[in-house]
Design a protein around this ligand. Structure first.
Ligand code: ASP
Length: 440
């Protein structure tokens, strides 16, 4: 044993089983100091007497390992952590450092947090924006696509998962009737996805009211289709497009908007497609409702509807795009002082399958027009009498002056044209034409 100890530190006598200061220092370096109970230099310097061996047998495990190691002649204590895990005791700080936040727990938490941020919330409604051009997309140098319109609209993320596609990028009048049918079919297709909350269609404001009414009559879904546009170009300080898109998406995800067909959202107002019309060429408050106000409002507090939609639309619409490959020509002729009738006859000779007269007052037409209307009816071309006046409707007295005339009620001449085109395309004639003008 003495020889053994001399090998450890031959110069020192009495032999030291553990060189206390050096050992503590090395233990501190390897963060294991806390396992080694403090003993004075004199304690470790004592020779290993027989009686001590008994004491050492009952020493704490950590201490015993240290002793055993030094007895084997090692100069450094063995790694205590490797002894037996159950022999280890932890202080509270050590428990925190070694058990609650080991590296792998921290890594797992980090990964979890990171993926939670990327994962879309399951409850978020899905909305598809379909861009068809117009001022809303008309930047100084080029026209924006659907995805670009989404990208420039702040505040969408908390509302919905908005996807976008580009149907067209020109002015509203560049869309043909064939484009309208294609667009309505596309919207119907998009709404066929069970998780699609609604569709937002952006487009030019000049004919937006006509497009909205066409979509209202042909998209047979209970989910909202919301049409919007802008008066001011994107990228300018007064640009109203982003705000209109935000409000349109808000309406598209609103449960209160379901079963209301196609709606037009503009400058925070919600209009029904049947009655909405452009009332200003320059103001961001560019839309109004013929004969009535908006049906609701959308603002930062939410979407509120103040009344129901009166007309037949959406799932209750009888107009089936599967049976409508194309729309026939229907012309609108305006009544004014001494209006001639030859424009009506010219329209019919050029292929019009129906005529709408935007009459004066409650349905008055000029003398020349009356003769042309009789000619049209003899030729089997239906003539619908609407009014160029914004409020009120066509009087039945005026309609009965000429047998066969159809009253548009309070439907605007432009909207009456859309309805007549659809009715004719679906093969409706005579009393059925009168019926649709009562029901829609
Ligand atoms: N000329 C434009 C259009 O209807 C007007 C607008 O979008 O406001 O395409």
């Amino acid at each position: 044993m003495t020889r053994l100890l001399r090998r450890v530190r031959p110069a020192a006598w009495p032999p030291q089983f553990v060189q206390a200061p050096e050992t503590r220092a090395s233990l501190r370096r390897s963060h294991r100091w806390s396992y080694v109970p403090y003993r004075s230099r004199a304690y470790y310097a004592r020779p290993l007497a027989r009686r001590h061996r008994i004491h050492h047998r009952h020493a704490r495990r950590a201490h015993a390992v240290l002793w055993a190691h030094t007895e084997r002649g090692g100069t450094q204590p063995e790694r205590l952590a490797g002894a037996r895990a159950q022999d280890r005791t932890f202080g509270s700080s050590e428990l925190t450092a070694r058990v609650l936040f080991p590296a792998r727990v921290i890594v797992c938490l980090t990964l979890l947090l990171a993926t939670a941020g990327l994962r879309p919330a399951a409850a978020q409604p899905r909305v598809r924006l379909i861009a068809t051009g117009g001022t809303i997309a008309n930047q100084a140098t080029r026209r924006l696509t659907g995805p670009e319109l989404i990208a420039q609209t702040a505040g969408l993320t908390p509302l919905a998962r908005v996807e976008a596609e580009t149907f067209a990028r020109g002015p509203s009048l560049a869309l043909t009737l064939a484009d309208w049918i294609q667009l309505a079919r596309r919207v119907t297709e998009v709404l066929a996805s069970a998780d699609m909350a609604g569709v937002v269609v952006t487009g030019g404001t000049d004919t937006l009211e006509e497009l909205a009414w066409f979509l209202d009559l042909t998209i047979r879904s209970d989910r909202p289709v919301v049409v919007t546009g802008a008066i001011r170009r994107p990228g300018t300080v007064e640009s109203d497009g982003p705000q209109n898109i935000l409000r349109a998406v808000q309406v598209a995800v609103s449960p209160a908007a379901s079963n209301r067909g196609t709606l037009v959202v503009f400058n925070g107002s919600v209009f029904e497609a049947r009655d909405v019309e452009k009332v200003s060429t320059a103001s961001p408050d560019a839309f109004g409702s013929r004969g009535s106000g908006p049906v609701g409002r959308a603002d930062e507090d939410g979407v509120v509807f103040s009344r129901d939609i009166r007309s037949r639309h959406g799932v209750r619409s009888e107009f089936d795009l599967a049976r409508i490959p194309a729309l026939p020509r229907v012309d609108v002729l305006l009544t004014y002082q001494d209006a001639p009738g030859d424009l009506i006859t010219a329209a019919i000779r050029n292929g019009a399958r129906g005529v709408v007269v935007a009459s004066a007052g409650a349905g008055a037409i000029a003398e020349g027009e009356a003769r042309a209307v009789e000619y049209a009816l003899v030729k089997g071309v239906p003539v619908v009498l609407a009014s160029r006046v914004e409020g009120g409707s066509v009087s039945t007295d005026e309609v009965t002056v000429i047998k066969g005339l159809i009253a548009a009620g309070d439907l605007s001449p432009i909207k009456a044209r859309v309805l007549l085109m659809l009715a004719l395309a679906q093969g409706l004639r005579g009393p059925d034409l009168e019926r649709v003008f009562r029901e829609y």
